[in-house]
Design a protein around this ligand. Structure first.
Ligand SMILES: *Cc1c(COP(=O)(O)O)cnc(C)c1O
Length: 362
């Protein structure tokens, strides 16, 4: 393969599009005849500001956020948002949380520091192998928001349609599936996502807030922990991750050039269908851990008959040029992460490997 690259199924940080790497490489010593790398520019310069604002615009265009949405680029990862969001919006009130796995659990832990958390659904009794049905949700009338994790990266389950929250704004951690498919932004009050799965490098956190929800934020917080500070200053109150935002801008241009979210969604559906169809047709040798309707298009979690075979699979896969397939240490097994930058050819080649592994060990 070009540059001797391998098929990278890392869960995050994860593969980025080769075309983007090439463009960033080209710009390394002299971006747009500035004589500098973007990292060497002032974050207050016209040149940098154009990149910053272009990234914002592309997010809005690609995901269909109208002018009533505010786009921020913050730091601290999705993990800081677990606390910063309730610090701004919970403020002693009650919020509903949908508990679907590891990441939702971390968000819940932080929210409890700032108000009352009602578990609208607890997936623990079903081993977090599926999402709630609408009629299972115990929603609180007048809740400040309903929090959900659109894709549980570790458990491999994903919302394929979002719940009806009866007008209560949805707050979503979309770290591992933003930009992977289309969705209607209307019910969302706030969306946050660490960049390192689908958007680019780690160190940038995207936050998108709907204006009417944003207006319910409390005041009097520490400067850096208040969304208002960042919104008032176009995410330039302090020095942002300028390189990360530049890189993200290139990723957004790549997605736009391919045909935007329609094409991204087509690709991701095709990859997931191809892999899951193979798993389901493997006569039980490969077994998906999530219920079918909740299966993630981004992270497919599977088991094979024994833990010894799983270890052998991961090690032989690595030798054959497929990396990042080990399940998270909390759940074990095998996880195939197939974010936007992973092409269908990677899935086809992996299936070829899986077939021969089964033939030898099945
Ligand atoms: C990776 C991930 C996180 C953690 O993001 P950080 O940027 O490392 O804080 C949170 N939520 C989900 C769903 C993730 O996939």
């Amino acid at each position: 393969m070009k540059y001797d690259r391998i098929w990278n199924f890392n869960p995050g940080p994860a593969a980025v599009p080769l075309e983007v790497l090439e463009q960033v490489h080209e710009s390394w010593f002299n971006l747009n005849r500035s004589g500098m790398n973007v990292m060497e520019m002032s974050h207050r310069s016209k040149e940098y500001e154009a990149i910053h604002n272009r990234a914002k615009e592309l997010i809005k265009q690609l995901l269909g956020f109208g002018n009533n949405y505010h786009v921020l680029f913050l730091q601290g990862g999705a993990s800081l948002q677990f606390a910063m969001m309730p610090m701004n919006f919970l403020n002693g009130k009650t919020a509903d949380y949908i508990h679907t796995g590891s990441w939702a659990g971390k968000a819940i832990k932080e929210a409890k520091l700032f108000g009352t958390v009602n578990l609208a659904f607890d997936g623990k009794p079903v081993n977090f192998n599926r999402l709630p049905r609408q009629d299972e949700l115990k929603l609180t009338p007048g809740a400040a928001y309903v929090h959900l994790t659109s894709n549980e990266t570790i458990g491999g389950i994903q919302f394929h349609s979002f719940p009806d929250t009866k007008g209560v704004p949805i707050v979503a951690d979309m770290s591992s599936d933003i930009l992977s498919r289309r969705f209607d932004p209307t019910p969302f009050g706030l969306i946050y996502a660490g960049a390192q799965k689908n958007l680019g490098p780690s160190g940038v956190t995207l936050v998108v807030m709907r204006d009417d929800f944003y207006k319910t934020a409390r005041e009097g917080l520490a400067t850096m922990l208040s969304y208002k500070t960042h919104d008032d200053e176009n995410s330039l109150y302090n020095t942002p991750n300028t390189f990360g935002i530049f890189f993200m801008c290139k990723v957004l241009e790549w997605v736009t050039g391919l045909g935007g979210m329609v094409e991204m969604e087509r690709r991701n559906r095709e990859k997931a269908d191809t892999l899951y169809n193979f798993i389901d047709g493997s006569g039980g040798f490969y077994r998906g851990t999530a219920e079918k309707e909740s299966r993630s298009w981004m992270n497919a979690c599977l088991r094979i008959p024994s833990e010894e075979l799983e270890a052998k699979f991961i090690s032989e896969a690595k030798t054959a040029g497929f990396i990042g397939l080990k399940g998270h240490r909390s759940v074990g097994g095998i996880r195939v992460s197939m974010y936007n930058a992973v092409p269908i050819d990677a899935i086809r080649d992996l299936i070829g490997f899986m077939k021969s592994f089964q033939a030898k060990n099945g």
